[in-house]
Design a protein around this ligand. Structure first.
Ligand SMILES: Cc1cc2nc3c(=O)[nH]c(=O)nc-3n(C[C@H](O)[C@H](O)[C@H](O)COP(=O)(O)OP(=O)(O)OC[C@H]3O[C@@H](n4cnc5c(N)ncnc54)[C@H](O)[C@@H]3O)c2cc1C
Length: 432
């Protein structure tokens, strides 16, 4: 073999490997760049909770963080880690654990959008003695963390029992944190009450999209002990919680909303939409999604008004109005418009759907051009009646036929309420 042939025999395969490697690498980077561009165009650039920041001096582009993220929110751009889909990051922290160069820090809030974190001590008690916080409200947004905090908070609360009060604790919220805390209260035979504003347990999990795969880890549940789970569908997780409630006989007051908490001697009076309760301690396990924002218009209390789409099929052959301008409003409208016999209208007070995914914007344009959805921008609902409603559309009053209203106008966050009851809240702008 001549020297040239030998070189060709070794170099050509090497060059081919390098070529395909670089091509694959470039394609991946292009995908990550377009994901980031789409997030920027849709205004979805702010992570909701705990999220990673990448130190460009330490990051050498190993890419270990990319597959580690269960939400596929991370990409590599110009050889450095980036949060390319910030809005879907929920703070698993798997990226930080996977990074071999300690280039990732998990932080709360961003320079643009602060995140309010209530002050709690290691026993989960706030600066207001007797009021405890567990779960995502405290800043950490994961199921297993919420469960663990709910369990630990109850360990602290049980030490405060006082027979002067009819209840040892009122637990507010039946998401993962509130459920674990309620099981803890049951295990320690506390006199307790759990109130949940919705008609189901599960908290945020109840609102996940159908068939979502939930990534979690084994957790310790009071009464039941260690529960092994890692990947589970939303439906299976909901079923698991429902079985737990059935098996343990746990009582939850559904559709009962906590409205205020006031000091009462060395305990509290908790006022709900149904009654007043006196308790020595209060556990806030209310998450961060808040309470659905209401329209505050006459007729809003009619049963045809709801704040969430459950089953598009129930609106078949009906005239439906969706209120709101976010992704959930658009997705609800598109899903209902697919049902036979429906007429669907979206009412949004803004001039354009600024903060929605491009894909939804496009689907809406198509549905609108085919006459399947009517869009009323710069409009506000003024009055709701049994078979019609009144809207103010750019200053003109109009009446439309209506059988159902779905309000997707965001949530009222709990921060003002926390401040009102004296809990210290710190706003974090991209800090640990
Ligand atoms: C789209 C999405 C996907 C996610 N995926 C995952 C995942 O794969 N794995 C994971 O570990 N985590 C995931 N999370 C995060 C996880 O769902 C939350 O961290 C967890 O549910 C927090 O539990 P929590 O009990 O603190 O709060 P929540 O689950 O928010 O529950 C709070 C409860 O309190 C109730 N409440 C609020 N205010 C009141 C009131 N005034 N009166 C009565 N009740 C009230 C609410 O109705 C709610 O039921 C995801 C979150 C989202 C948004």
């Amino acid at each position: 073999m001549t020297d040239t042939t030998a070189m060709l025999v070794y170099l050509v395969p090497l060059a081919l490997v390098l070529f395909f490697y670089l091509r694959r690498h470039r394609k991946k980077e292009q995908r990550h760049v377009s994901q980031l561009e789409e997030a920027v165009q849709s205004g979805l650039t702010e992570p909701a909770s705990l999220h990673p920041v990448f130190d460009p001096n330490r990051c050498i582009g190993s890419g270990a963080c990319v597959p580690a993220c269960p939400e596929r929110a991370i990409g590599l751009i110009k050889g450095k880690g980036h949060l390319v889909k910030p809005a879907v990051c929920i703070g698993h922290g798997a990226c930080m654990a996977a990074c071999p160069h300690d280039a990732i820090t998990l932080v709360f809030g961003t320079a643009k959008r602060g995140m309010d974190i209530p002050q709690v001590n290691p026993s989960f008690e706030t600066n207001v003695p007797g009021i405890f916080i567990a779960g995502e409200l405290g800043g950490m947004g994961l199921i297993r963390k919420a469960v663990e905090q709910g369990r630990q908070a109850m360990e602290s609360i049980r030490k405060r029992q006082d027979r002067k009060f009819p209840l040892d604790v009122v637990i507010i919220g039946a998401g993962p944190a509130g459920l674990a805390a309620s099981l803890g209260a049951l295990q320690h035979k506390l006199r307790f009450l759990t109130v949940e504003q919705e008609d189901s347990l599960g908290g945020t999990v109840y609102h996940y999209p159908r068939n979502k795969i939930v990534m979690t880890a084994p957790m310790q549940l009071p009464v039941l002990g260690k529960v092994k789970m890692s990947e589970i569908s939303k439906e299976a997780l909901m079923q698991f919680w429902q079985d737990v409630v059935k098996k343990t006989g746990l009582k939850i007051n559904f559709s009962e909303r906590m409205e205020s908490i006031a000091r009462n001697g060395d305990g509290f009076t908790v006022k709900t939409s149904r009654a007043s309760y006196r308790a020595k301690s209060v556990l806030l396990a209310i998450g961060r999604r808040g309470t659905p924002r209401k329209l505050e218009v006459p007729g809003e209390d009619l049963p045809k008004v709801v704040y969430r789409l459950i089953d598009p099929g129930q609106y078949r052959n009906q005239h439906v109005l969706i209120v709101g301008g976010g992704d959930s409003a658009l997705e609800a409208a598109l899903a209902i418009a697919d049902e036979p016999g429906t007429t669907v209208m979206i009412s949004y007070r803004g001039e354009a759907f600024g903060r929605v995914k491009e894909k939804n914007r496009q689907r809406l344009r198509e549905a609108e051009s085919k006459g399947r959805i009517k869009v009323l921008l710069q409009s506000n609902v003024k009055k709701i009646e049994l078979q019609k409603l009144t809207l103010d559309h750019a200053g003109k009053m109009m009446e439309v036929r209506n059988d159902a209203v779905i309000v997707n106008a965001g949530g009222v966050l709990p921060t003002p309420f926390l401040k009102e009851i004296g809990i210290l809240v710190e706003t974090k702008y991209g800090t640990v």
